[in-house]
Write a protein that binds this ligand. Sequence first.
Ligand code: C2E
Ligand code: MG
Ligand code: MG
Ligand code: MG
Length: 277
Amino acid sequence: RAKGAGKNRYCFYSEEMGHLEVRKMELEKDLRLALDNDQFYLVYQPKWNARENLLAGWEALIRWKHPRLGMVSPGEFIPIAEETGMIVPMTRWTLLQACRQCKIWQDRGMHKPISVNLSVRLFQTGRLRAMIRHALEETGLHPRMLELEITESMVLHDIQDIIGQIESLREMGVRISMDDFGTGYSSIGLLDRIPLDALKLDRLFINNLETPTKRAVISAIILMAENLELEVIAEGVESREHVEFLMQLGCHVMQGYYYGRPMNTDEIEMWMRTVTP
Ligand code: C2E
Ligand code: MG
Ligand code: MG
Ligand code: MG
């Protein structure tokens, strides 16, 4: 690959770069087949209300079991899926699957909402609303039981158009939350423009509670959310200390390894037995 001299950037990093590029091309090619070959599955991570000591809901997270490479993390394949556009059929599948699972649980007496992550790419298809309506109608899930997680990276796109779509989704009764809040671009400025139901505090905040300055920032965000009547969910809660600290600041809904990792449905059955008396 590092052919010739001159300004070819591959000369610089030859081997390393070559290897990564090859893997990426391979994943890109295989990602196109993954859906038809049933290589995706969903896991679900609980959201926990620590004040009421109650399950608050679930987040659906996609997993890819590659036939040869084994598990590939979403951190690696989601960006590729976004680049290639595969994210669109993939999300159509995820929405359907997540709504179906939520309805199954509901029919068994567990009435908890489910959230699905949406890449900004979905807002550019012109089909998002129809896709969501289809998932709800096909599964019989009530719109109130579905929440969509979006991210701040949207601001780099036609934000006015996206806001219009979000409004239309909320009119259907679907909830919208801002994922990974605080890590992105113009966090605060966005909040009075985008109609939201919840904010998810990025786990970077929670994992950096050691300095007073950082604590002050989280505290201010929680207060602001309260004033805007947004629910706040803390991500990446890994310890009792995290829980206590967040509770003191008035944040009661949490997600993280302390309460439960993302689990498949069998693991969830076992987990449910440990949390219900
Ligand atoms: P996210 O939506 O912010 O999801 C949270 C990620 O943090 C998950 O990683 C989860 O396993 C991890 N996590 C949860 N609790 C803890 C904790 O206490 N400590 C630590 N260290 N990590 C924790 P995962 O499943 O690898 O997903 C990574 C990202 O990939 C997600 O971040 C989301 O942006 C994206 N993603 C996953 N599934 C989908 C999907 O179906 N569609 C789209 N568009 N993106 C997805
Ligand atoms: Mg999320
Ligand atoms: Mg998140
Ligand atoms: Mg995150």
